[in-house]
Write a protein that binds this ligand. Structure first.
Ligand code: HEM
Ligand code: FES
Length: 773
């Protein structure tokens, strides 16, 4: 493997921070080489320039189009018809003729499995083989994973120094995979050579000589997989997913084909094993490098599920995946021909500031970490993700409990050079065994804590902040300054960002404004007597020095910083994000005008700060002094290319929307607090009723809500992932009623049958009633 220094990525990278002149872009694209240099060192950092300036580009050295932004990668994953996965397991470095001859001599015939299969074959197969992966059926594996993990830890806990990869992280995921699959456990050592060969063969750049050796290993792996299948066919009562697969192969051979079974036997070992081993290794490296996070987890293990997601986001094991266009198309304005091969770099998307606020910072309190793309997305999203999660959680829980004093040893990390699988080959850790807590408290060895299978729930993730200062801005407005209770830095945020304060049963969103140079958060809260009560609760109960729970920051109101001029418009309490934007524009040296309207000067918050820092750009419009804002006149003064950002009451925003209707797209921006909304247009939808046969419950689905949410709210568990009709997780059985199908999962025949429905997106026809099993 290639050596890489043990530095925190980002600090010394030649690409970080510096704004690149546009003239360098073609050069950057031309020289992009995923097998070497910056990409191998840190793929997300190596593509920062691309995320910022050229998010889709052709890399001639690879023959692929590289896609680096979160939204674009997700869009590609979302459409598996236009962006086919057929090239996912293609050799990224073509085989030499000699290597091909060798593979032929082993009758190597690796075919489509699942991850690289097109529709409609893929979805039929995925659904036929899904059952073993649903959370309710995974619970039973926790004990096995814990037992295997404990055996490994027992073996090294008194040694004081170990390579975690060799001692645990390599083998446990392999054993777990074999258990899950129902494959005999022998020949682990052989399998180890095989999987490495498969990874190098598929995603690596072996030299011509190396190709020969790899071809032999891949050929042997292929034959070995065939033998394992034959052995398993002799055990008709065998348990595990591959046994189920073999039975399905007998029942529905046209869906679960012979070729699939053989190919899958080889592919699944890599899919289930390497992915999890590498992700776990990355996790320990990341957490021990970010010691504060490790210590927080030792003190509070309930942080583990989200810490695992943040590790998968920040340092995932699958850093890039592939797709191929089936028709000419455009992606983020770039024309792609039919047959274009795409390298979609999840590691880069996972560090895209457009989706993750302060993305380059590792933060286990990040409440949208679970949005990471490391498991892919949509129709092909990793079926085994909840097994991987379960393993990583148990590894972390056992290690933080039994070895809280673990530290990273001095070492140089090496990686297998390839485009997609990433994690250090070895991870040396050290500790003083005399300090092992279980020497004093032996019961610690047995203690454990299992987490519910599946993604962490957002409501369980929160960050604590302390009220440093509470300031009465006006009669009805208080301004809170919030800091970290341990005086650590708070996450950085960009102008337009908001946080959510969790008070009582309420989560309320407040835009951030702060003093430049001070990393404390500031929010201004208007007492809304007519609201749901959250603001009154804060006004009445919160005091300086108190600790609050919050989520975020998030930014749904991001500024495009390239405009030549900005008009900022605030109505009432809407001033907070607008002030942050003004601060930013001043910092950038951009021309801007700031208009702030309110009922009366004494009801308008933040005036001192505005006058001090933005006096030259500021116009106040207190309506009690007859200085109402003249919106048509304001809009008329916006120069060509200028942009308007507004925050305030709904009528202000609707008026501006109408006034700017004829302006070029992108002129007018306002905040969409869309979190939690379904994206349904209540004007176009009808409410309907769902009867749940088992429980006898009758639930109402509102115009702007989904059946899935209504069922969940009634306390009935239904799986879900994509929530947009792509992945097939939320299927429920329909006993009566006509369905308006809106998914892309069900076949035409199944739609006509009217017996199944994807509850996340489909509805009852004409507002009728559905009866579900
Ligand atoms: C697919 C990553 C663990 C089984 C995938 C894909 C990725 C991925 C990126 C392709 C997704 C897409 O195209 O949208 C990971 C990571 C893991 C992990 C990072 C661990 C941390 C597992 C495990 C298993 C598994 C433990 C099985 C026991 C599968 C299967 C698919 C898949 C069957 C194909 C799904 C389909 O095409 O419909 N995984 N995986 N994975 N993974 Fe995983
Ligand atoms: Fe993915 Fe409904 S189809 S959650």
């Amino acid at each position: 493997g290639s050596a890489s220094p043990q530095t925190n990525p980002g600090g010394t990278c030649p690409f970080s921070g510096a704004q690149m002149p546009d003239a360098d872009l073609p050069m950057m694209a031309d020289s992009f080489d995923p097998f070497d240099g910056p990409y191998q060192l840190d793929p997300a950092e190596a593509l920062r320039w691309s995320r910022d300036q050229l998010p889709v580009f052709y890399a001639p050295k690879l023959g692929y189009w590289v896609v680096s932004r979160y939204d674009d990668i997700k869009a590609v994953f979302r459409d598996n018809i236009l962006f086919s996965p057929k090239n996912v397991l293609e050799k990224i470095t073509p085989a030499t003729p000699d290597a091909m001859e060798i593979l032929k001599s082993y009758d190597y015939a690796m075919n489509r499995t699942m991850v690289n299969e097109d529709e409609p074959a893929h979805m039929e197969r995925r659904r036929a083989l899904m059952d073993h992966f649903i959370p309710a059926n995974l619970e039973q594996h926790q004990d096995m994973i814990r037992r295997l993990t404990r055996e490994k830890i027992d073996a090294f806990i008194d040694s004081g120094r170990v390579d975690l990869v060799d001692a645990m992280l390599y083998e446990v995921p392999l054993l777990v995979a074999l258990h899950f699959l129902g494959v005999p456990e022998d020949e682990i050592a052989t399998l180890r050579t095989f999987s490495v060969a498969h990874s190098v063969n598929t995603w690596g750049k072996p030299s011509d000589e190396k190709q020969i050796a790899v071809a032999h290993d891949v050929g042997r792996f292929w034959q070995y997989a065939g033998q394992v299948i034959e052995k398993m066919r002799q055990q008709p009562d065998g348990t595990g997913w591959m046994h189920h697969t073999i039975r399905m192969n007998q029942e529905i051979p046209e869906v679960v084909t012979d070729s699939y079974v053989h190919s899958m036997m080889m592919a699944i070992i890599v899919a289930a094993h390497e992915t999890t081993s590498l992700a776990s290794t990355n996790m320990f490296k990341t957490l021990l490098t970010n010691r504060q996070a490790w210590d927080d987890i030792c003190a509070d293990p309930s942080l583990i599920p989200n810490a695992v997601e943040e590790c998968l986001r920040y340092a995932g094991s699958i850093v890039a995946w592939r797709r191929q266009t089936t028709a000419p198309t455009t992606l983020n304005g770039i024309d792609l021909p039919e047959g274009a091969k795409l390298l979609i770099v999840q590691a880069s998307g996972n560090q895209d500031d457009r989706h993750f606020e302060d993305a380059a910072t590792f933060d286990i309190y990040r409440d949208n970490a679970v949005d990471h793309l490391t498991f892919g997305y949509g129709a092909h999203q990793c079926m085994g993700k909840n097994i991987g999660r379960m393993e990583m959680r148990i590894f972390l829980e056992e290690m933080t409990r039994r070895l809280p004093h673990l530290r990273l040893a001095e070492q140089e990390f090496t990686y297998l050079p390839n485009t997609s699988f990433r994690g250090p080959d070895h991870l040396w850790v050290e500790w003083n065994p005399a300090q092992n807590p279980e020497r004093i408290t032996p019961a610690l060895r047995e203690a454990d804590r299992d987490f519910p299978v599946g993604a962490p729930a957002r409501r369980d993730i929160a960050r604590k902040v302390r009220v440093r200062d509470l300031h009465h801005e006006t009669d009805g407005i208080i301004r809170l300054t919030l800091e970290d209770p341990q005086n650590r830095p708070l996450p950085r945020w960009s102008a337009g960002a908001h946080i959510e304060i969790c008070v009582g049963d309420y989560d309320r969103k407040y835009s951030l404004c702060g003093t430049p140079g001070d990393d404390a958060f500031q929010i201004a809260i208007l007492r809304e007597d007519a609201g749901r009560g959250g603001s009154c609760y804060i006004h009445d109960t919160v005091q300086a020095g108190q600790t609050l729970k919050m989520r975020g920051p998030h930014n749904l109101f991001r500024m495009d910083e390239t405009a030549p001029h900005y008009t900022l418009i605030a109505g009432g309490i809407g001033i907070t994000p607008i002030l942050a934007m003004a601060d930013r524009l001043k910092h950038l040296g951009k021309p801007y005008a700031l208009h702030y309207a309110g009922r009366a000067l004494r009801s308008m918050a933040l005036l001192d700060r505005l006058r001090a820092d933005h006096g030259a750009a500021l116009t106040l419009h207190p309506s009690d002094q007859g200085q109402r804002m003249d919106l048509p006149a304001l809009v008329a003064t916006v120069p060509d290319g200028g942009q308007i950002y507004a925050c305030g009451p709904a009528d202000l925003l609707t008026t501006l929307e109408t006034l700017t209707a004829d302006h070029p797209a992108g002129t007018f921006h306002f905040e969409h607090f869309s979190a939690g909304s379904s994206g349904l247009d209540p004007d176009k939808e009808l409410p309907f009723e769902v009867e749940l046969a088992d429980s006898g419950l009758l639930v109402q689905v509102p115009r702007d809500g989904t059946m899935l949410d209504a069922i969940l709210a009634a306390g009935i568990d239904v799986g879900s992932d994509c929530r947009e009709g792509l992945c097939g997780s939320c299927e429920v059985t329909v006993l009566e009623g006509d369905i308006d199908h809106r998914d892309v999962v069900l076949t035409r025949a199944e739609r006509q049958e009217n017996r199944r429905v994807m509850s996340c997106c489909s509805r009852a026809k004409n507002g009728g009633r559905l009866k579900l099993a």
